[in-house]
Write a protein that binds this ligand. Sequence first.
Ligand SMILES: Cc1cc2nc3c(=O)[nH]c(=O)nc-3n(C[C@H](O)[C@H](O)[C@H](O)COP(=O)(O)OP(=O)(O)OC[C@H]3O[C@@H](n4cnc5c(N)ncnc54)[C@H](O)[C@@H]3O)c2cc1C
Length: 308
Amino acid sequence: MTDVSAQAAQVLRTLALDEDLKWRVPEDLVLGPLVRRVARRYVAGDRLADALPRAAEIQAAGHRVNVEYMGESCRDAELAVAETQVFLDAATQLPAGCSLSLDLSHIGLAIDPDLALDNAVRIARATADTGREMVISAEGSSRTDAVLAVHGRLCEQFEHVGVTVQARLHRTAQDLPRLLDRPGRIRLVKGAFLEPEAIAWPREAPELAEAYLRYAEQLSGHLCSYATHDWDLIRTIAKGLDARPDAPWEFETLLGLGPDRLAEMAALGHPTREYIVFGTEWWLYVCNRIAEDPQRLLQALVDAAGPK
Ligand SMILES: Cc1cc2nc3c(=O)[nH]c(=O)nc-3n(C[C@H](O)[C@H](O)[C@H](O)COP(=O)(O)OP(=O)(O)OC[C@H]3O[C@@H](n4cnc5c(N)ncnc54)[C@H](O)[C@@H]3O)c2cc1C
């Protein structure tokens, strides 16, 4: 990235974490409609009802769908239980076959791991009853131990609960072998959080791409998801695989970021999935997506001026 692009990305990542802006900007009479138009590219909508038609459209295009109700770091136990209900509703209302993803800190991990486990068990039962996969997202490294511990407890009771690992975290080299002994899909991502270099590769480090490819190979016999928009990684991984629709792997991208990647992989015969998010807590998510690529800042400008 050029200096000014890197600075712009840093500004966006700082804005993303601003708790005040997160509420004020979307509700502002002038700015609100503009940022909502920008968000529309990346977010299915505020409510579960908005995600339903998007999920059906993606399935009609031949891809699998994953749905996440956005939110994290919930610090109120009653709210964590109420938020769990939205996932339970999603488990019954989404089109058949859609999987569900969640941050454990959305349903209580930042308050008490046992609360998160109780809520996660309820979602795991509801997804099992409706024949869906459930995949736990990766959070900042300070939560990785707690996330993997809750996932381990879920795997004692359920076969369909997956987990996400971050290639950029050095600890993944030790975590992955024991996760491979657990059932459920393992989603491999680069990792979105700001982490110190002592524990994580920076985004542009060649070692990160090497680690991603090494883990991708270790995962290929396991139910897994290669969740990246990085063309080099996608094409290198695909070259090493015999494409087939019933493969244990899939290529997965976030809504609005990789339809071209999914189309190419699907045309080769690989399973593909699009990951859609809904909810009112989209500020942090959208700022982070735009920060990842300077082109998206220009796209945001175009989107802001687009149709209402
Ligand atoms: C399905 C899915 C689920 C996810 N879940 C999680 C999760 O649970 N936890 C989590 O932490 N993260 C998650 N992520 C986000 C992920 O960790 C990355 O932050 C995000 O996907 C960007 O990384 P990337 O692998 O797509 O590759 P990128 O690094 O974004 O590369 C994609 C493309 O961007 C361009 N690019 C790369 N570097 C630069 C640069 N410096 N400047 C400009 N352009 C550049 C290149 O053209 C490259 O081909 C998820 C991602 C996906 C797809």
